[in-house]
Design a binder for this molecule. Structure first.
Ligand SMILES: Cc1cc2nc3c(=O)[nH]c(=O)nc-3n(C[C@H](O)[C@H](O)[C@H](O)COP(=O)(O)OP(=O)(O)OC[C@H]3O[C@@H](n4cnc5c(N)ncnc54)[C@H](O)[C@@H]3O)c2cc1C
Ligand SMILES: *[C@@H]1O[C@H](CO)[C@@H](O)[C@H](O)[C@H]1NC(C)=O
Ligand SMILES: *[C@@H]1O[C@H](CO)[C@@H](O)[C@H](O)[C@H]1NC(C)=O
Ligand SMILES: *[C@@H]1O[C@H](CO)[C@@H](O)[C@H](O)[C@H]1NC(C)=O
Length: 501
């Protein structure tokens, strides 16, 4: 990565608590202390592993981005084959043991904590990335994470729509829609799926595509966490480009907020498909020890000159610093604190998100958000490592797809905003943090195009939102989902990720 000038590390980085150090005892717990689990072993491939509570392996495999309100896991089955998934699901369903899929471990929504004494079906060994001979699609395992997909494709000269954060899984974002840098050009992650191999709650395996089980194919592109476990995706890929990505990061003091977000509104109107606006409101003690700063990045899939020309107006509102450069997708992840070593991948903090989809910025509402953040950080320093994320992805590719053709209901939104209220786990802070996050979202909702109808991305959903806010206010959407649910998961076994039955 090439820096033309650099800012000092933000407090976001300092907030990282070290990961827990594990003992080197890697002895795998045997499954023979419960009769139920003993039944699993003979059904599984030799490469599959089972880990029970109390073992080091168990602790390693169950630790996640947010432990707060996490699923309560009794045993982990690390599956190694598609048949392993089928066997575990079949037996767990028969024995009525709840199960939850696990890939990147960044899932964080209230209903996950409804899973009690559950089996974690751990997909992380199913992480293959293989280019098909047509050069247009790849087969990607249901447990691959963003970094594995990016690296695996880059090695064969390809790229695909993925999320930003390197350690987040690929599957869960797809199942809920899936936002990323390339969506303006190619559409959502869900739009890249040609077919998927899905294990149903009875253990049966089905293939879904436009031709095969098209109704289930529709459902897994937006409401997929509730329908089945995906062992493999057939996923669209594109040739990598000659040039690197270009970026400029502007740091502004708070008095520039109105000018910045008015300009962003203006520029979002004809934002090129290659450009992303990425904003944080965050404390950067090295720049301002008291008040949060405005971090604003223009990420551009194009040559530096084009990117600089596009971002020029942001120079005119007098940033404190500008950091400009070019780099790979990995460099972009680092730049936005979402690389494997960055804040986005750190485990162990309590983190609360309250997402809202918007058509444009109501600048007065963004001001209210800022002022409330500033005041709260001073009053409750425990939460002052939180950040507020304003994602202005380009949307051409997303809007090119017919909205009714997938379960993802928010194609008309231009901006995705959420707080990440983060702090060292502390039950005294929990209610304060919840109130804080809700208040920030309410400011934006009140100032939005449609204050009666919140729109909340399922993959960010806190879990307190009305179901219509998550799955769509058009009545037919939830009706259709519930009807499909009766057909494909009649016992509602898959109900731990924003369930609608
Ligand atoms: C730091 C951070 C950055 C993020 N960046 C982005 C982003 O750039 N774009 C975006 O769209 N979202 C993003 N998200 C949101 C993300 O989509 C969700 O948090 C998602 O649930 C994480 O998936 P995971 O595999 O990491 O988590 P997990 O907890 O492993 O999985 C979450 C849920 O997905 C389901 N699931 C996982 N694997 C499978 C499978 N193979 N088959 C069926 N169901 C499965 C299960 O229901 C599981 O409970 C981000 C989240 C965080 C915390
Ligand atoms: C297995 O046995 C140990 C020791 O008796 C116990 O602590 C643990 O809870 C058991 N595991 C399960 C899944 O029952
Ligand atoms: C789990 O173990 C792996 C392999 O040693 C290690 O890379 C990883 O950091 C561990 N994860 C946690 C959360 O401890
Ligand atoms: C939790 O937060 C409260 C309120 O700020 C504080 O008094 C307390 O010391 C914190 N507890 C821990 C364990 O950090």
């Amino acid at each position: 990565m090439r820096f033309l000038s650099a800012v000092s590390a933000l407090s976001l980085l300092n907030l990282l608590s070290p990961l827990p150090v594990l003992a080197t005892d890697w002895s795998i717990a045997t499954a023979d202390n419960t009769s139920a689990l003993a039944d699993f072993r003979p059904l599984l491939s030799p490469e599959a592993t089972i880990a029970l509570r109390g073992s080091c392996l168990f602790n390693n495999l169950t630790s996640r981005w947010r432990e707060w309100h996490a699923p309560n896991i009794a045993a982990v089955v690390q599956v190694a084959t598609e048949n392993d998934v089928q066997q575990v699901v079949r037996l767990a369903s028969k024995l009525k043991i709840p199960f939850v899929a696990r890939a990147g471990g960044h899932g964080a929504t209230e209903s996950l904590s409804d899973a009690k004494n559950a089996i974690q079906i751990d997909f992380r060994k199913l992480n293959q990335v293989k280019l098909n001979s047509n050069g247009k699609t790849a087969r990607i395992g249901g447990g691959a994470n963003v970094k594995q997909v990016i690296d695996g494709l880059e090695a064969v000269g390809k790229r695909a729509v993925t999320g930003i954060c390197e350690c987040v899984g690929l599957s869960a974002p797809i199942l809920g829609g899936g936002h990323g840098w390339l969506q303006g050009q190619y559409g959502l992650a869900a739009d890249q799926v040609v077919s998927a191999r899905v294990v149903l709650s009875n253990g049966d395996l089905v293939t879904v595509s436009e031709k095969s089980n098209p109704d289930l194919f529709w459902a897994i592109k937006g409401a997929g966490h509730n329908f089945g476990l995906v062992t493999e995706w057939e996923y669209r890929v594109h040739d990598t480009k000659e040039h690197q990505w270009s970026y400029e990061v502007f740091i502004y003091s708070q008095d520039k907020l109105e000018a910045l977000y008015e300009l962003a509104n203006k520029m979002l109107k004809d934002q090129p498909a290659e450009a992303t606006h990425w904003g944080y409101i965050v404390k950067a003690a090295a720049i301002d020890p008291v008040h949060p700063i405005l971090w604003f990045g223009i990420i551009y899939d194009g040559p530096t000159e084009t990117a600089r020309a596009y971002a020029k107006p942001f120079h005119d509102i007098e940033p404190i610093t500008v950091q400009a450069g070019e780099g790979t997708l990995h460099d972009l992840a680092t730049l936005t604190f979402q690389d494997a070593d960055g804040a986005g991948c750190a485990y162990g903090l309590t983190s609360l998100r309250y997402p809202i989809g918007l058509k444009s910025y109501n600048v007065a509402a963004v001001r209210k958000v800022y002022d409330h953040i500033d005041e709260t950080f001073q009053k409750v320093p425990e939460v002052s490592g939180s950040f507020f994320l304003l994602e202005g992805y380009s949307t051409q590719g997303v809007q090119a797809v017919d909205s009714a053709s997938t379960a993802f209901p928010h194609r008309d939104d231009e901006i995705l905003v959420t707080s990440y209220v983060q702090y060292t786990p502390n039950s005294t802070i929990d209610p304060i943090a919840e109130e804080f996050g809700k208040t920030l979202r309410d400011f934006l909702l009140e100032g939005s195009d449609d204050p009666e109808h919140l729109r909340a991305y399922v993959n960010y959903a806190n879990g307190d939102e009305p179901l219509e806010a998550v799955y769509g206010w058009d009545k037919w959407r939830l009706q259709k989902l519930r009807q499909l649910k009766r057909q494909w998961d009649p016992k509602n076994t898959m109900k731990y990720y924003v369930p609608f039955v």
